[in-house]
Design a binder for this molecule. Structure first.
Ligand SMILES: Nc1nc2c(c(=O)[nH]1)N[C@H]1C(S)=C(S)[C@@H](COP(=O)(O)O)O[C@H]1N2
Ligand SMILES: [Mo]
Length: 361
């Protein structure tokens, strides 16, 4: 595992050019335009023919089903704005750096997903009394950790029956794009990205815990390779800001004229409302409270915040922000926040924005 001082490897760069983040200035949009939403694809984007595609519901159910996209569109419809964040967001800021998709802070987006509730479909299929988990299988296939597999993740039966969980066929009012899982994906509001299985082809009810690679080997907070770890599930609180002023192309350092500035950003948690957002202009030495706006996108999407900043004069500043949720989870500080872990998940490190304040005019 390389340290931060080591440059990213060609393999990391190869992943980073396939899987793009959300440019942070896209925090200006309450709903992220589809092309600006982050992307994470483990294998290849499968070319799916929606005419011949079917969703098979089976396993420990009384009435197995096979549904077409037309069948699914005819079912009760539901739309929700959902903030989705990759569990690996912040990975490249861990020391040493776990080798995988090297995210900084930008593996997030908020889209309006339209589809049909999963619970009603499971109800109709008749889930057996001895059912434990529900597995969601994607059409994409590849190797991970030396094991050939389809991309698959499971939810407990209780989580699968939650009313907000949906089978989505639209994003921001348009049919799903190939890269976001066309023709159908699972959307599990509040959870880290890995749960939202794209190119969904099968839903299988099991009477035992699912032992698949993406469930048991990865997406767990493991201190070392011996540690079985604990699974990652819901998103921990995080705040991000729109970098003020204008950027230098190569370094991204910001140039800002002196005077008053309204800093804006968004914050989210998979555990409920954001209780507070702290802003620092001196690299985390002092923190002040931002104003957190009430929810306007429903219970599963990020909340906007603003902060009035008047730099004391020209010079160098390091801006950062961090969030705390109403359930008591805080982005900052041990022991609440997970520290370094093998997979590089849930790094709480705050975004840092270097700014040069210059004399106006
Ligand atoms: N079938 C399939 N589903 C998948 C993935 C994948 O590689 N294959 N990646 C997961 C991960 S890790 C994330 S973070 C989200 C990303 O969703 P997005 O690309 O639509 O933003 O999809 C999840 N669903
Ligand atoms: Mo992810």
């Amino acid at each position: 595992m390389p340290d931060e001082a080591d440059g990213v490897t060609m393999e990391e760069l190869q992943l980073a050019t396939r899987n793009h983040g959300m440019p942070v200035e896209a925090l200006n949009y309450p709903l992220t335009p589809a092309g600006l939403h982050y992307l994470l694809i483990h294998f290849d984007i499968p070319a799916v023919d929606s005419q011949t595609w079917r969703l098979d519901v089976g396993g420990r159910v009384a009435r197995p089903r096979s549904l077409t996209i037309t069948d699914l569109r005819a079912r009760p419809q539901m739309t929700a704005a959902v903030t989705m964040e990759c569990a690996g967001n912040g990975r490249a800021l861990f020391h040493p750096r776990p080798l995988s998709q090297p995210w900084l802070h930008e593996a997030v987006g908020t889209a309006e997903w339209t589809g049909t509730p999963l619970a009603a479909l499971l109800e109709e299929a008749g889930v057996d009394d001895d059912a434990v988990e529900v597995v969601f299988t994607g059409l994409d296939r590849g190797l991970d950790g030396g094991i050939e597999q389809q991309y698959e993740r499971a939810l407990s039966v209780a989580d699968a029956f939650r009313p907000e969980v949906l089978l989505a066929y639209q994003m921001n009012g348009q049919p799903l794009l190939p890269q976001h899982g066309a023709p159908l994906r699972l959307v599990t509001p509040g959870w880290y990205g890995m749960t939202n299985v794209k190119w969904l082809a099968a839903i299988t009810v099991l009477d035992e815990p699912f032992a698949g690679y993406q469930q048991q080997q990865v997406y767990r907070l493991r201190r070392d390779s011996e540690d079985p770890g604990v699974p990652v599930s819901r998103m921990r609180p995080r705040a991000l800001m729109v970098p003020p002023g204008i950027p230098d192309f190569y370094t991204r350092r910001r140039l800002v004229p002196e005077g008053r500035h309204t800093l804006t950003g968004r914050a989210w948690s998979g555990w409920g409302d954001i209780a507070s957002v702290g802003v620092s202009v001196d690299d985390g030495r002092n923190w002040e409270h931002a104003r957190v706006e009430p929810r306007d996108l429903g219970p599963w999407a990020w909340q906007a915040w603003t902060f009035e900043w008047e730099p004391s004069g020209p010079g160098e500043y390091l801006l950062s922000c961090q969030a705390q949720d109403a359930a008591g989870n805080s982005q900052a500080g041990e022991p609440e926040s997970p520290g370094w872990n093998v997979g590089g998940y849930a790094n709480p490190a705050p975004q840092r924005v270097p700014v040069t304040v210059v004399v106006a005019g």
